[in-house]
Design a binder for this molecule. Structure first.
Ligand SMILES: NC(=O)c1ccc[n+]([C@@H]2O[C@H](COP(=O)([O-])OP(=O)(O)OC[C@H]3O[C@@H](n4cnc5c(N)ncnc54)[C@H](O)[C@@H]3O)[C@@H](O)[C@H]2O)c1
Length: 259
């Protein structure tokens, strides 16, 4: 089957590129024709992530911490210098933090999650937006979560941070006006991944793993999502097929929060 949504000639900058969703997105954007700039703080995992990409993606990997403004400015500048433009920015790096109720969450742990998930997303947009606005075109996709739309016990900082990502997405979309730049976010639900396992295990400590039936019982589609299914929505939002879509929060959750 041919890919209907093509990204030929577009330069796609992806953070959190070495993670489960980041890697799936790199692969799909590359397959659809994009040139790839991959950013992560984990240098070794990043090298592995880009190693499997096709040569046509001309992959460039940049190690950076998204919470550090100098490093953000530097990865954005390098991407622009090496590729000449930035068409797609998948602002995706994030952490789950401690899995504890509010009363057992330390202030340091709370701030650490906000630093990556809120400050990191803010800094990425702050430095990429001027370039896209000058180009008169571009698509930013932030990774929020269904935890940005509903409450979720034991992950208070994560929940706060993802609500903030949705708010920042809407604000950025308003500020982009008719510049030609669109800003949206994806809200993945329960995706088969390291992060989901960490949250499930953190909520259910003990030697016996939680049976899959229990994990999926509140998902109408009765299964976990895949990282590729998140990547698919990101690719749509990255493409010109979503030309009139801005300020939106797309759930990718098998119907989990439909009720
Ligand atoms: N996995 C899920 O079920 C799920 C559900 C909803 C939302 N999300 C969101 O999707 C995004 C990706 O999650 P994932 O499942 O791929 O997680 P992951 O842990 O596999 O990947 C996250 C990546 O971000 C990188 N990273 C973390 N902090 C960083 C920093 N300060 N600077 C640069 N890179 C940093 C990590 O090194 C890692 O490679 C996150 O924002 C997460 O909150 C995930």
């Amino acid at each position: 089957m041919t890919d209907r949504i093509r990204l030929d000639g577009k330069v796609a900058l992806v953070t959190g590129a070495a993670g489960v969703i980041g890697r799936a997105t790199l692969e799909l954007l590359a397959r659809r024709g994009a040139r790839i700039v991959a950013v992560d703080r984990d240098q070794q995992a990043l090298a592995q992530a880009v190693a499997t990409l096709p040569a046509s993606a001309q992959p460039l990997s940049l190690t950076a911490d998204v919470t550090d403004e100098d490093q953000v400015a530097s990865y954005v500048r390098t991407a622009l210098e090496r590729c000449g433009r930035i068409d797609v920015f998948y602002n995706n790096a994030g952490i789950e933090g401690d899995i504890t109720p509010i009363v057992r969450t330390s202030l340091d742990a709370f701030r650490r999650v906000l630093d990556v998930n809120v400050v990191g997303v803010f800094l990425g947009m702050k430095h990429v937006l001027p370039i896209m606005m000058q180009q008169g075109a571009g698509s930013i996709i932030n990774t929020a979560s269904i935890a940005g739309l509903i409450g979720s016990s034991d992950i208070v900082a994560y929940t706060a941070s993802k609500h903030a990502v949705i708010g920042m997405t809407k604000t950025a979309a308003l500020e982009c006006g008719d510049s030609g730049v669109r800003v949206n976010c994806v809200c993945p639900g329960m995706i088969d991944s390291r992060m989901l396992s960490a949250i499930v295990e953190g909520r259910n400590p003990g030697p016996t793993p939680v049976p899959n039936d229990r994990v999926v019982e509140r998902i109408p589609m009765r299964r976990l999502g895949t990282a590729a299914e998140v990547a698919s929505v990101v690719a749509f939002l990255a493409s010109d097929e979503s030309g009139y879509v801005s300020g939106s929060a797309y759930t990718v959750d098998g119907g989990r929060i439909a009720s």
